[in-house]
Design a protein around this ligand. Structure first.
Ligand SMILES: *Cc1c(COP(=O)(O)O)cnc(C)c1O
Length: 235
């Protein structure tokens, strides 16, 4: 059985309070950090709860799962893709998502651009960077990111909003926290370098999940992607 809406509302209220506290501790305005609920592996009701609570968007990992749920969800809700995307699914992703956060290769950027052009739309994207140098994680290597950004900026049907990353887990909670700080600090510095080098604005820093959103907010996150703390474990 999936959780009741009241449970979701209580969890979301608590989470937002913790986010606001982390903002104040970092001397930041809470309005700068968006809560992005991650509904993957949960029923379509999860997306309906998000809309009823008053949030505007959800994030999903897999294209097919999102398409199935989106059909049953409130129409005003926006959907963002945060999972690895194969180039051959670019058309499907460009059709059904309002933003793709997981763009990690020039080839994928070119495929998404072509698809968005065919659909007559401009597709907002983030570049996913392996800022924690995790061998198991997807994302462009930091050293490859300037080239990826150059290619993405040259695509007329894409709009690059910023960067996204996932921090690697450690062997202990303390090690996980240290990895998170290092990863998020790396991403912010990389963003600052890219903004200066390309003379553009990359406002969005999508970083932080249930286990590390406090560290992410301290390092400048503008969007935390949270599943477990809102909907419970995915099994
Ligand atoms: C699943 C997922 C999340 C949410 O993780 P939780 O630990 O459940 O909050 C965030 N970002 C990405 C890319 C994910 O795949």
């Amino acid at each position: 059985m999936f959780i009741e809406f009241e449970t979701f509302r209580n969890r979301a209220d608590k989470l937002r309070a913790l986010m606001d506290k982390a903002c104040r501790a970092a001397g930041r305005d809470p309005a700068e950090v968006t809560l992005m609920p991650v509904t993957k592996n949960h029923p379509a009701a999860a997306a309906a709860y998000v809309a009823r609570y008053g949030l505007g968007a959800v994030a999903e990992n897999r294209v097919q799962e999102a398409i199935e749920k989106r059909g049953a969800a409130p129409a005003a809700l926006r959907w963002e893709l945060i999972g690895h995307l194969q180039s051959n699914k670019a058309k499907l992703a460009a059709t059904h998502f309002d933003r793709v956060q997981s763009v990690d290769s020039p080839k994928l950027a070119e495929r998404l651009n072509r698809a968005a052009g065919e659909l007559g739309k401009q597709l907002p994207i983030l570049l996913q960077v392996n800022a924690g140098n995790d061998p198991a994680k997807f994302g462009a290597e930091p050293s490859e990111t300037p080239h990826l950004l150059e290619i993405a900026l040259a695509q007329p049907h894409l709009r690059v909003d910023g960067l996204m990353t996932i921090a690697p887990l450690g062997e202990t909670p303390a090690e996980t926290t240290a990895h998170a700080r290092r990863t998020f600090s790396n991403l912010r510095k990389l963003r600052d370098e890219l903004q200066a080098r390309f003379r553009i604005s990359l406002p969005e820093l999508s970083m932080g999940m249930t286990g590390d959103f406090t560290e992410a907010i301290a390092e400048g996150s503008t969007m935390v992607r949270v599943g477990t703390a809102l909907f419970g474990s995915r099994d």
